[in-house]
Design a protein around this ligand. Sequence first.
Ligand code: ATP
Ligand code: MG
Length: 497
Amino acid sequence: MIRIGPVDVSLEQRQLYLKGQPLRVGTRAFDILEVLIEAAGKLVSKDELLERVWPDTIVEESNLQVHIASLRKLLGNGRDFIKTIPGRGYLLTCPDDIEHRAAARSDGAANPDSAPLSNVPLGHTPLIGREKALDEVKSALAESPHVTLVGAGGIGKSQLGLEVARGLTPLFNDVRYINLSTVERPESTLSAIADRLACAGSTGVVTASSLIHAIGCRKMLIVLDNCEHVIQQAASICEQLVESNPNLRILATSREPLRTCLERIYWVAPLEVPAEHAGHDDILRCSAVDMFVSRAHAHAPSFLADGESTTLIGTICRRLDGLPLALELAAARVAALGISELVARLDQRFGVLTGGLRTAPPRQQTLKAALDWSHQFLCERERIVLRRISVFDGAFQLSAACEVAAYDELRADDVTEAIAGLVSKSLLMFGPNGSLMTYHLLETTRAYALQMLAESGESDLMFCKHEYFQRTRGAVTDDVDTIATPHEHTNLALQYA
Ligand SMILES: Nc1ncnc2c1ncn2[C@@H]1O[C@H](COP(=O)(O)OP(=O)(O)OP(=O)(O)O)[C@@H](O)[C@H]1O
Ligand SMILES: [Mg+2]
């Protein structure tokens, strides 16, 4: 579909639509429009139009004028989409979408009229271990107009979203990838989206309704990547867009849910890590190990996952919580440090995992930057609670968190609020254990929070409170490994809700 003002044009069906309803258009009028669309905003002379539309007949120029007038009426008389250049010819004045179509044609697509437009970048490195997630996200998008991939920094939300978009491209006329992480001010979100959709068509100020108007009823998939830092604006735009176009699907990624009424949340889980005493073959079967080994190979071609190093690789993957970004940063250190040294230095992970890709965004250049990015979005109460609960090494329940972290300016209610906030911002893992919810910090998040606790000067106090709590009330005995993966529970719950 091509959009001209309020009207959608299907070149395949030779049909115009207004708000999804077909408009009556004559054959000659459509032929004229097709020639103008092909010219993609360039002037078409009257002679050329006459020759193309009436190839075997000599007709009066007035015929052309009549059809142009009827087209103008169909496209909305309010704005002159077909401009007359006196004495020379005509041109179409809303070229954005049309230019894209023209580019697709000149790219030599096999069947340009039916080839969807897409600006989704090619995936040069394979996505590892996400087969089930790909299926689940695609099904979620078949059922809901707006799905958000939520999870910790560097867990692979963007890569998963891109791969889903590549897989779904044939089902849409237009697939647009919009990376919001480069939007500097929240107020610029709307214009950034309009810009990248290249369909606003107007030169004036962009508003939500002009964007809705420009998208019309296009069968479109928008990937709105990295929404967390403009979450309020992203939420409002998503809600308005999906409510106005039944053919639109939005796949958002964010470290925090957008919380809109049509949103369906998909929690992205870490890659699979081996159990502590897993054997050689079981270790190699895990997706986290697969990813680490393939990245380590890229940095050090002589690198081999042999008997001894396999166990160490399993340890690295487990201690880095199966987090793709952390695994990538660790793999980049293999050539310089070797596997044993890397394991030995995991306790100082923030000092070691610093060599991100030059082309990666700053928040993914180091492991610490990935956490700093999330930390900046916490309110003061959440920051205090995050560092205080770092004394828990493993799973804990809300009552335990309240007991330990409620102190001084924070009451138990504040701690409860903060725990909910930390969960929603993907800094605290959660999952039901029987009728109770259980929480735990990933090892990397805990290491980060412990540093903050030390800097706050509260370490001794909090460890004392924790010890006292364990002595008097008893520790939660469940090991994290025995609790079902929180994301699995949540996504299943959502799936069958
Ligand atoms: N399944 C995977 N297979 C291979 N590489 C992956 C996979 N998932 C993520 N990666 C790599 O890990 C890094 C982080 O992934 P990604 O950017 O998708 O994370 P994210 O969750 O979107 O992070 P952020 O919250 O910072 O936006 C990227 O360099 C990406 O190439
Ligand atoms: Mg991302």
